[in-house]
Design a protein around this ligand. Sequence first.
Ligand code: FAD
Ligand code: NAI
Length: 467
Amino acid sequence: MANYDVVVIGSGPGGYVCAIRAAQLGLKTAVVEKDPTFGGTCLNIGCIPSKALLHASELYEEAGEKFGKMGIKVGAPKLDLPAMMKFKDEGVESNVKGVAFLFRKNKIDTFQGTGRITAPGKVEVKGADGKAQMLDTRSIVIATGSDVARLKGIDIDEKRIVSSTGALVLDKVPERLLVVGAGVIGLELGSVWRRLGAKVTVVEFLDRILPGIDGEVCRQFQRLLEKQGIAFKLSSKVAAVDMSGNRLKAKVEPAAGGPAETIEADVVLVCVGRVPYSNGLGLEAVGVKKDNRGRVVVDGHFATNVAGIYAIGDVIAGPMLAHKAEDEGIAVAEIIAGQAGQVNHEVIPNVVYTYPEIATVGKSEEELKEAGIAYNVGKFPFSANPRARVNLETEGFVKILADAKSDRVLGVHILGPDAGNMIAEAAVAMEFGAAAEDIARTCHAHPTLPEAVKEAALAVAKRAIHI
Ligand code: FAD
Ligand code: NAI
């Protein structure tokens, strides 16, 4: 029996960050992880490998299409897929090793095995060899994350019908890739394989892509993706996939019902969301409440209904994002240590790492309308930003939504090059309760893309300069 202040189950961005913060605060901390490497979905099969392939495939496309325009003659680039995959794997390895290093540095004990809560304060760890050991602890943090959501009747074999996990390790470029779900994974990984040569069709149940993201941004983004060669079938669903032949045959039906059509593909990527990983943890036995979607129910302090058991990250409600999990990890460690840890869930940026990128924070126009909040809009296109023009990256715009009365920034939406880096400024401004005027009067370096953010802030008061 080992005694701890905190045992964290799961070493993803929620769990490992929580453990480090707990150790910093002087708590005796252990992490239980069932997989052979630390870092969870994000580092092993999510954010990191997908961003490696997005980066490499974007440069591959640029080398073919843009270099010549800038006077760089390299000839037609050739794809070495195994080398690209090795590049991705090395990126993953360095990151997961980094987490192991941080655990050692912070004197955090680690246990490899599946964790199960047998009673408040008791976590059983069962190793791959079937041997179990018991950890005794004051507090338990459930950080078990999420898993792929599946479609009834469509079996993922991770070879021909893949989830994101299989789509990150394909050993050849599929001639035709059928993506089911026009969410973040579908558009990011669809972009990767389109850039590398696949003909990509995306089937989406709703009548729009990227549900939840500002509609105007998504409409323009869809047009740009179509120009790049991705085909969309909206308001449609894949009812079945026939695997009997050399080519997969997907039966695609209108979402509202009606005659089906067949779309052939070499690979089908199923990416229709993720589900919380809350089974097998012993939650029912100890009485920890889950909601109707299997998410662990917590209060504003990440506490479950059972004293001493907390939960964070993908396994609880809210956006399934690594930085949300990380911030909750820090907050819950501080709460357990008796401090006032807190996360402002109103200001969580969301980035889609395609080309161009989408980055948003705060409310969309649709959300403000629905809430009946009067707002002003300031918009500025990258086509009028000098740096974007000289870089040949003029697609997209910045949109700032500000309260009509107070001018307080309520939402910032960017479609454009490097939007993911630019959104940090908006998040800081919103965290400090900034008005659009505050951003407009902040000196921005020239020539930079963030000048478009300043111009959009100026546009809220109808005084943008460069347009
Ligand atoms: P996870 O990262 O899922 O970690 C949970 C860990 O718990 C896992 O290691 C699991 O093995 C372990 N575990 C589960 N049950 C047990 C048990 N009983 N005992 C022991 N261990 C257990 N988010 C972003 O913000 N940006 C991105 O660019 C991004 N890209 C993504 C790309 C893809 C393809 C995918 C799939 C996801 C992406 N995400 C991204 C989402 C992000 O990965 C998750 O939001 C994040 O990993 C959640 O962190 P977490 O700590 O809650 O859970
Ligand atoms: P998602 O929730 O983003 O998108 C799923 C899409 O599938 C939705 O548009 C939905 O309407 C559609 N859909 C659902 N059922 C369908 C059906 N039967 N047929 C056709 N379409 C259907 O989920 P996704 O893309 O799987 O990603 C999971 C999560 O992972 C994301 O919500 C996000 O939190 C996280 N993620 C974040 C990334 C980032 O931050 N850049 C990158 C990748 C994933």
